[in-house]
Design a protein around this ligand. Structure first.
Ligand SMILES: *[C@@H]1O[C@H](CO)[C@@H](O)[C@H](O)[C@H]1NC(C)=O
Length: 255
């Protein structure tokens, strides 16, 4: 389904069948746009140069959801689901991951800071739940911040203390550890929320897996598909998609 060679096969079959109800606006509009559905490519605005970007790694429950929670933020360039801080490297796999599952965030520190990422970290999960998150129970769902250097370590510790003062009756379980090796997870775990939404996948041109994992646009839409973008951004993307649909998609009518 990811290959553009299959785009034609998808016409008329994908609409309504597998579309997640998560993105309401899209679902409504899609019914009358179905016949003109073609694949469109947008250029990623982020340059290929990774100069000056930084990476941070957090664990806050399911890494599918974590990717989506961070992916839509201004300044976040890419996200990757994977594993860090485990006691059993190298190359853990989901089936045998035992004690780790994290999300790596690549960001432009001129636009978003480590401290702002920490704010999102705290607001995106319940740090008081011991080794789990909601229905997901297990050490791999633990709350953890990986730090690179003393400054990040200090910010992380301070933010945890602040979080603890907010919850007097329960202990903030979040661990803070120096960042070691990060192992990307298997392809089926990457951009999981976006992959559940064939309409959005098609909208960005049914990118090959490798491209999808590198794409900043896919990173944002992964957050959008999970409805985890900040409100302003969620609206902005809605508006963009509406706009494309209103103008009519570029359709080849004759040769
Ligand atoms: C820590 O940050 C420095 C500077 O950005 C970077 O070169 C290094 O690779 C980072 N370390 C890890 C383990 O990511």
């Amino acid at each position: 389904m990811r290959s553009s060679a299959h785009v034609a096969d998808l016409q008329g079959t994908w609409v309504g069948k597998i579309l997640s109800p998560a993105v309401l606006v899209v679902s409504i509009i899609i019914s009358w746009v179905a016949n003109s559905a073609v694949s469109i490519r947008f250029g990623d605005r982020i340059s290929n140069s990774d100069e000056g970007f930084r990476t941070s790694v957090f664990g806050l429950g399911s890494f599918w959801r974590s990717e989506a929670a961070f992916g839509c933020l201004d300044g976040v360039v890419r996200t990757c689901a994977g594993y860090a801080g485990g006691s059993r490297p190298p190359n853990p796999e989901y089936r045998s991951l035992g004690d780790h599952a994290e999300c790596q965030i690549e960001y432009d520190p001129r636009i978003i800071s480590f401290r702002q990422l920490l704010d999102v970290f705290w607001s995106s999960h319940d740090s008081r739940q011991v080794f789990g998150q909601g229905p997901d129970v297990g050490n791999q769902y633990r709350s953890i911040i990986f730090t690179n250097g003393t400054e990040e370590s200090r910010f992380a510790t301070l933010s945890k203390e602040r979080e603890q003062t907010r919850s007097r009756n329960s202990v903030v379980t979040t661990q803070i550890q120096p960042l070691g090796t990060f192992y990307p997870a298997e392809p089926e775990h990457q951009k999981f929320e976006l992959k559940r939404n064939p309409f959005l996948l098609q909208l960005i041109g049914n990118l090959a897996e490798e491209e999808l994992e590198r794409s900043s646009l896919a990173t944002k839409l992964n957050g959008y598909a999970a409805e985890l973008c900040p409100g302003r951004m969620q609206k902005q993307i809605d508006a963009k998609i509406n706009d494309i649909i209103r103008k009519g998609w570029p359709i080849l009518k004759e040769i």
